[in-house]
Design a binder for this molecule. Structure first.
Ligand code: LFR
Length: 492
């Protein structure tokens, strides 16, 4: 049987990967060919993404795959949402893209609601969760500042589209990544021109919108010559990593909620169309665009970021933990030492995360964690309790019964957190695949190549290939009691 080979570049806010996916009939295998760090670049008081370094790493990934002497069918790129690069009329990138954790947008959405458009009206138009860093508020901020990039740009490209552009010289606006901007009408799936007008941003700044699965272009001649490789097509996959990840949920029917667990925890349900009503407005629920016209009705929850930032701080102090060591420490620590609200603004981008946790505890009248193990355990427990808080909202919103939670993404490897989550929500948890974004990216390319034709067919292939871990709820009473305490703390 013939094999097809696909390259997925899966870029997260802390690291990126080149994955070679091989599809032989129904059998999908993945090989991580390269992995590279992606860190925000702190420069003159701002936070940026080093897109040129990312591009270098994509090239290294292509060169490493070339060593394998396989005939690649196509390439796809997925990244985090909302951020974008500017291109001038000569086709050159202008400066570096701002990172969404740059504090420049703090307070800007409130100002926008006051001066430009009330919050509920904006939500009604876009169905997108109001978050400081959405592209709309970034653009509002840049416009006010008469930012050089925005002023001189002839095109705005969202991150996956910008990287595809560097590889092909062709510009597109892929629908799933564009949907994170809060500039689209969720019904028409097009840019809301009125919204652009009030923002003072030209619609011509955006390249033509394409659906996931469209071809962006071929690798440029220059690049192929430099790397001594054959030119292959770059596909606009579901460019938003969460869209790719949710496309990889190994589900047989619709009676599930998902949790895409990485730096962020994205929890929600999949719907056939946008859901914008009083309840979703009240709970500030997002309607992001997915594959095959689906909508991801979900909520952003601060995820592994908090623990990642603690590890970074402890590393600076000379202590390093592997993932299993970290989980072991948490397992051995005292349960429910204190509670935090993972979404507290104090955890957005502090210089010292353990200190931010101590400050939160002081503010809410709790004793701070004493050991690294306690810090980690508190974060995991509070995340699990947050998941219960948010899942309860989706239980209200979903027309289908939620019978289980699919946890996908890197965080799904954390067995302790999976068990805590199952205990907290009182539902079975199905964990895996951990490489969900890459798998979704690859299967979308397979769809573009005609190997499968629908999202469900993509999922059927994925189901055959992943062996999930199962967790059943336990200790209901203890977790219910903890939940009441957590709720009373986060209200303070
Ligand atoms: C996850 C993610 C989320 C998005 C956040 C910021 O990686 O893409 O879906 O809200 O990053 O872009």
């Amino acid at each position: 049987m013939d094999s097809k080979y696909f390259i997925a570049f899966d870029l997260g806010a802390t690291s990126g990967r080149t994955i070679l996916g091989t599809l032989t009939g129904d059998k999908l295998t993945l090989e991580e060919v390269t992995r590279f760090p992606n860190q925000m670049l702190q420069l003159n008081g701002h936070f940026y993404w080093n897109i040129f370094s990312l591009y270098e790493n994509l090239k290294k990934g292509l060169a490493a795959v070339a060593q394998k002497k396989v005939s690649v069918t196509s390439i796809g790129i997925d990244t985090w949402g909302v951020d974008f690069a500017f291109v001038n009329e000569e086709g050159a990138l202008i400066g570096l893209p701002y990172a969404y954790r740059d504090p420049q947008t703090i307070g800007k959405k409130e100002e926008f609601f006051e001066k430009v458009m009330p919050a509920d009206e904006l939500y009604g138009k876009t169905g997108i969760q109001h978050m400081d860093f959405n592209s709309i508020f970034q653009l509002y901020t840049l416009k006010q500042r008469k930012d050089f990039g925005l002023t001189h740009a002839s095109r705005l490209l969202f991150m996956p589209d910008a990287l595809s552009y560097l590889l092909t010289g062709k510009m597109v606006t892929e629908y799933t990544i564009a949907s994170t901007s809060q500039l689209l009408n969720p019904e028409t799936r097009k840019l809301d021109e009125k919204l652009l007008e009030v923002l003072g941003v030209s619609k011509f700044l955006f390249a033509d919108m394409v659906e996931p699965g469209a071809k962006v272009g071929m690798l440029t001649e220059d690049l192929c010559e430099e790397l001594q490789i054959e030119s292959v097509p770059v596909i606009a996959v579901a460019g938003h990593d969460t869209a790719s990840a949710v496309a990889a949920v190994p589900a047989a029917n619709k009676n599930f909620a998902y949790l895409s667990s990485g730096t962020w925890s994205l929890m929600g349900i999949e719907t056939d169309g946008p859901v914008v009503n009083e309840k979703t407005t009240h709970y500030n629920i997002t309607n992001e665009g997915g594959v095959d016209g689906t909508i991801r009705l979900l909520k952003n929850i601060t995820g592994m970021w908090i623990v990642e930032q603690c590890l970074k701080k402890w590393h600076k102090e000379g202590t390093d933990y592997t993932y299993p060591q970290m989980v072991e420490l948490a397992q051995a620590a005292r349960p429910f030492a204190c509670f935090i609200n993972p979404d507290d603004s104090g955890f957005t981008n502090p210089q010292d995360m353990p200190k931010a946790i101590c400050e939160y505890c002081a503010r809410t009248g709790q004793n701070a964690p004493q050991t690294h193990g306690e810090f980690i355990r508190v974060i995991f427990e509070s995340l699990a309790l947050k998941y219960r808080e948010v899942l309860d909202v989706f239980r209200e919103l979903s027309v289908n019964p939620i019978e289980k939670l699919h946890i996908i993404g890197g965080g799904s490897r954390n067995k302790l957190l999976n068990q805590f989550t199952s205990n907290a929500i009182g539902l079975p948890v199905v964990a895996g695949p951990s490489e969900a974004s890459s798998i979704g990216n690859i299967m979308l390319q397979a769809k573009a190549a005609g190997v499968v034709s629908t999202l469900q067919e993509m999922r059927n292939v994925i189901s055959v290939n992943v062996e999930p871990d199962y967790f059943s709820p336990a200790d209901a009473e203890v977790w219910n009691e903890a939940y009441q305490k957590y709720i009373s703390i986060i209200k303070k």
